[in-house]
Design a protein around this ligand. Structure first.
Ligand code: NAP
Length: 508
């Protein structure tokens, strides 16, 4: 139930002003907080009201280059730091984030809109990347072997890539940061981080923590800006950076790949998704509905892993739709800071308009609305949890990311038919399958064209698992044992000799 909690004159929780006043608002360059060279700032808005929360420095290209130069200057010190030192920094940051989880969650809800419980979940998830990669810092391996002919030796070492550029989106403002910063520090790389302009505060608070745990000046730098392209492009093309790790839309990712080609930067691309969620007749329907709620409604549907197309086999389609609509209609929409709210606002007006357009398009093509379906015309960017059935595969939402709380259901007959539908997309991030048939589970897992598959589970994200997509959903993996590899170069040393013992003795 939605209850009233003590609020200030803007309807924010009493602690909000305190938390906002404590967050740094400058650029963090070479170990110091500073304003943009131009003195410009921009407003961070509360998506529940559209009101300004606080303003932060608005970097220009020269600020970006200063930050990158600081990362380049700190390169050797960071590369020479011991694995144990990197472990200690990351574990200290993990402890600090965990201790401050409540205030960090409130800050995240204020700027991004997700309900407090979800923000709390993201802070925990974000902290776990720091802990996971603390461990990875101690496990950077090499190799030593004889060549097949026995006449030489191979020494294989892994070294930090060098200065990195890390660009993150607004939907998981802290976890998408630690998933990059954790392995960068563990590998001994320096970085310049650029958070999304809608949600810079969670990153600024995190960077303050990284500063406090004693990382060398210049090892982690942050620029906030409303001129993402103008600030990042000169850095990418400069030759000072050696890697770009990007999480965001496929459209921007493709543009950045072109820019990275000039200096042949290493790239990691975590891009958009269009996840199919498939329910077969033999699935445990309670589990499947729970899974669909998780896969669809985590982050109000604003997740790259969100179930974007829900395919239900004919025998259970009606029952599944009824149960899902009942669960969706029972969710409470409102400001994420308010107790009892389970669905916060979308990030901005453009997001709200896009969801409305996609629903209108699906309805024009014959979809039926079981619940929701109309944006709230009042204050803030709210959209009600919506279930549509009989969604045509020709609908725009079958091809584009919805990024909102809309569950589009389409029924299917056979396994072959649903496999063709599921793979009929340029994306390939994640797929979900619900069935109790082991043979079918494995056939589907093998044939679905995605980097990840949720088998009878609606959430695949886990710091210890390799997260990433294929096709136009990306390049590389984050998390797991592979996440650190993205920040390491392999160097092979061919060692001449030693010659066989008999020859060596003959020398004497
Ligand atoms: P976006 O528009 O691509 O922005 C992502 C980041 O790139 C932001 O920091 C943005 O800065 C920056 N950016 C935009 N244009 C740029 C340019 N020309 N040069 C350099 N940087 C630029 O994506 P979004 O709307 O924030 O995030 C949603 C998208 O991210 C969805 O497609 C979602 O699927 C994807 N995503 C993928 C994953 C994954 O792991 N695969 C995870 C989360 C989200 P500004 O904020 O200033 O525009």
């Amino acid at each position: 139930m939605v209850t009233d909690t003590p609020t200030d004159e803007h309807g924010l929780p009493a602690r909000a002003q305190e938390v906002l006043a404590a967050v740094p608002t400058g650029l963090f360059v070479a170990g110091a907080w500073q304003p943009a060279a131009s003195g410009d700032t921009f407003a961070v808005l509360d998506p529940a009201t559209g009101r300004e929360l606080v303003s932060v420095a608005d970097a220009g290209p020269e600020d970006g280059m200063r930050a990158l130069q600081a990362a380049a200057d700190a390169r050797s010190e960071m590369a020479e730091s011991s694995p144990k030192q990197r472990y200690d920094w990351l574990m200290a940051a993990y402890q600090a984030v965990t201790e401050r989880a409540d205030e960090l969650a409130l800050l995240m809800t204020l700027e991004m809109g997700k309900p407090l419980a979800e923000a709390r979940g993201e802070v925990t998830y974000a902290a776990e990347f720091l802990r996971h990669f603390a461990g990875e810092a101690l496990r950077i391996e090499g190799g030593y072997q004889r060549s097949p002919a026995g006449d030489t030796r191979f020494l294989v070492m892994r070294q930090p890539v060098g200065p990195t550029l890390l660009i993150t989106p607004w939907n998981f403002p802290m976890a998408m940061g630690t998933r990059k910063i954790g392995p960068a520090i563990a590998a001994g790389c320096t970085s310049v981080i650029k958070p999304a302009h809608q949600t810079p505060l969670s990153m600024l608070a995190l960077v303050e923590i990284l500063h406090e745990v004693g990382l060398p000046a210049g090892s982690v730098n942050t620029v906030t800006t409303t001129h993402a392209g103008a600030v990042m492009e000169p850095m990418i093309r400069s030759g000072l950076a050696r890697k770009l790790s990007f999480t965001g839309s496929t459209q921007v990712g493709k543009k950045l790949l072109e820019q990275c080609a000039e200096k042949v930067l290493r790239t990691s691309m975590e891009l958009g998704g269009n996840a199919p969620f498939i329910v077969f007749d033999d699935a445990d329907l309670d589990d499947a509905v729970d899974g669909a709620m998780a896969a669809k409604m985590r982050n109000m549907g604003e997740a790259c892993t969100a179930a974007n197309r829900i395919y239900v086999q004919e025998g259970v389609a009606e029952e599944f739709g009824r149960r899902l609509a009942e669960r969706m209609a029972a969710l409470k929409v409102g400001p994420g800071t308010r107790e009892g709210v389970t669905v916060g606002p979308l990030i901005d007006e453009a997001a709200q308009d896009k969801v409305s357009e996609l629903v209108a398009d699906a309805v024009r093509r014959g979809a039926q609305v079981l619940t929701g379906g109309e944006a709230d015309p009042g204050q803030g960017y709210f959209y009600p949890p919506t279930v549509l059935t009989h969604v045509s595969p020709q609908s725009r939402m079958a091809a584009e990311e919805i990024f909102g709380p809309v569950a589009p259901l389409t029924s299917f007959g056979t396994e072959e038919e649903v496999l063709a539908l599921a793979n009929d997309t340029s994306y390939g991030l994640v797929s979900y399958v619900y069935t109790r048939d082991l043979d079918r589970s494995l056939r589907m897992a093998e044939q679905l064209e995605s980097g990840m598959v949720g088998l009878n589970q609606g959430v695949v994200s886990n710091p210890a698992a390799p997260f990433g997509g294929i096709k136009e959903s990306g390049l590389g993996r984050e998390g797991g044992a592979l996440g650190i590899e993205e920040f390491l170069e392999v160097k092979y040393v061919g060692i001449g000799g030693p010659r066989p013992r008999a020859a060596a003795q003959g020398d004497g």
